[in-house]
Write a protein that binds this ligand. Structure first.
Ligand code: G6P
Ligand code: ZN
Length: 543
């Protein structure tokens, strides 16, 4: 076994997006495409001697090939040890937990999250730092810069490592330890939640349907829910991770998890429904015939956090991404704790959590989590809800309605226009930006605009500034329309239009969200000319 230095030519498109580098499998399968990115990363990272790296992915197509390649390159980089999940499997929150539990210097997550998988689907790679969270932009930008000037890669010519048997082996002087993907994560969950209370809940006949969407959440949910917590067998469905997610789009929202919604609206619906995404960091919570919006879920969790053992001392603060609804702001105000507004992307929460300024974070994109790790965590959110239902004896719907009664309802929806040609999307955004200076104080489509800007964020911990993070139109009554281009897609551009209206009047809390938001939809059309510039009459997805 020796370390080889092989010549390579740079690729120009290896800039990581909201959450790492995501491309079609066919792009990753090009000669040296993955190798170049990993080499660029390793070139940016300091000397690895004596250090431990964590490695695993969501099991999608290309996962195993990529794991073997990265192990060989990690040996060349000189890592002392790599902890790799059995079968190359680790959910994103589990990578974060394992990095932290083993004081590793970082980890590599192989996933394209909720994007479809398979030979024609997507693949992705992301680096997490020693705190367990996604690398900050300073690192991802340095990797991109390095990727454009690479001339060689360094890789061991050792044989494939056996990933299926737990235990140690050696690759060119580097120790490879195959670990149980679930154990350390499950142990961490046990320190946060009242497992006895949840066990009693299930023993009393409470029924949950957890849809793992044929993705990596399955083994974790089965072990904890059906194993440790005694939920009946069959509680977790679509529990076996498949390379192509069985053709499902593993994104837990009412559109893609339609089978779960069908079960939750049936006459014999279980008490609670839940789903997680491709890499198990996202979650959706559903009551009987009642869908919980991610923004409301975050607010409910914040409001009741003290009832859960891991959070009994109260929250230091909370954070949400800018487009996420202001429901949690209202809860934070009532609790007398700070609430931070960050750009989209979990990486922006890391500094706040490391500095002890926030304990709970969430995003409208079905991400919720806390400082127990530095990623959002789908199963954690489900356990949180189960713990709350167990100790309050209330239903999912009741907890949400109580939130609305106390703080008003933040009626919310996101409209996505997918696969727009990039040039058209850029023109649309430029057109919006051009209007910003003159909008405040005017009335457009019957809406009184108080503020119009392009969201910029100064990190309160390290002072770093992120500009152009989304166009905000805020009305005098606090309603908002936000426009952003997605940073996680792999085909053309996706325009996201986020709509929020606060409804204090309890007698109007049941007005259908899309109907209640109609004036804001009209405002969005007038300002952005979405129909004219995209040719699309309707959003492709509404959540
Ligand atoms: C991933 C990130 C989230 C982000 C979401 C949507 O899940 O981890 O932090 O909110 O993607 O990002 P996008 O740029 O596609 O709106
Ligand atoms: Zn994900």
């Amino acid at each position: 076994m020796t370390i080889q230095t092989l010549p390579t030519t740079p690729f120009s498109d290896q800039r990581p997006g909201t959450s790492g580098l995501r491309k079609k499998v066919t792009v990753f399968a090009q000669k040296h495409y993955l190798e170049n990115f990993v080499q660029a990363l390793f070139d940016v990272l300091p000397d690895a001697s004596g250090l431990t790296l964590v490695l695993g992915g969501d099991g999608r197509y290309y996962n195993r090939v990529a794991v073997q390649t990265i192990l060989r390159m990690a040996a060349a980089k000189g890592y002392a040890r790599v902890l790799v999940g059995q079968g190359g499997i680790l959910s994103t929150p589990a990578v974060s937990a394992v990095i932290r539990a083993n004081a590793a210097s970082g980890g590599i997550v192989l996933s394209a999250s909720h994007n479809p998988g398979g030979p024609d689907g997507d693949f992705g790679i992301k680096y997490n730092i020693a705190n367990g969270g996604p690398a900050p932009e300073k690192i991802t930008e340095a990797v991109f810069a390095r990727s454009k000037e690479l001339s060689s890669i360094r890789i061991s010519d050792g044989a494939d490592v056996s990933l299926d048997v737990l235990g140690d082996s050696t690759l060119d002087g580097m120790q490879v330890t195959v670990i149980d993907p679930v154990a350390q994560y499950a142990e961490l969950m046990g320190t946060l939640f009242d497992f006895d209370a949840i066990r009693k809940l299930f023993a009393s006949g409470f029924r949950l349907r957890f849809d793992a969407m044929n993705a990596v959440g399955g083994p974790y949910a089965r072990a904890l829910l059906e194993g440790t917590l005694g939920a009946p067998a069959g509680t977790v469905v679509n529990a076996v991770p498949l390379e192509d997610f069985g053709g499902l789009h593993p994104d837990p929202n009412p559109v893609n998890a339609e089978d779960l919604i069908a079960h939750m609206t049936a006459s014999d619906a279980p008490d609670m429904g839940a789903a997680s995404d491709g890499d198990a960091d996202r979650n959706m919570v559903v009551g009987r015939n009642f869908v919980v919006s991610p923004s409301d879920s975050l607010a409910v969790i914040a409001a009741h956090a003290k009832r859960v053992p891991g959070y009994a001392k109260g929250l230091a603060g909370v954070a949400r991404s800018m487009p996420t609804s202001t429901a949690v702001d209202r809860v934070a105000k009532a609790l007398g704790i700070p609430c931070f507004e960050t750009p989209t992307g979990w990486k922006f929460f890391g500094n706040l959590m490391d500095a002890g300024r926030v304990s709970l974070c969430g995003e409208e994109s079905y991400g919720t989590g806390s400082s127990h790790v530095r990623e959002k965590d789908g199963l954690w959110a489900v356990l949180f809800w189960l713990n709350l239902l167990a100790v309050t004896g209330k239903s999912v719907e009741t907890l949400v309605r109580e939130l609305w009664t106390e703080h008003g309802r933040c009626v919310y929806s996101r409209h996505d226009y997918e696969a727009i040609p990039t040039a058209q999307a850029d023109t649309l955004m430029a057109g919006l930006r051009a209007q910003l200076p003159t909008l405040a104080g005017t009335t457009v489509a019957g809406c009184d605009i108080a503020l119009a800007d392009d969201f910029a964020y100064t990190d309160p911990v390290d002072g770093s500034v992120s500009n152009m993070q989304g166009i905000r139109i805020i009305l005098t009554d606090g309603s908002r329309v936000v426009f952003r281009l997605s940073g996680t897609g792999t085909e053309g551009a996706t325009l996201r239009v986020y709509l929020e209206r606060h409804e204090p009047d309890a007698s109007r809390h049941d007005v259908e969200a899309q109907a209640a938001l109609q004036p804001l939809v009209a405002l969005a059309q007038t300002l952005a000319h979405i129909r004219d510039s995209t040719g699309m009459d309707q959003p492709t997805v509404m959540t």
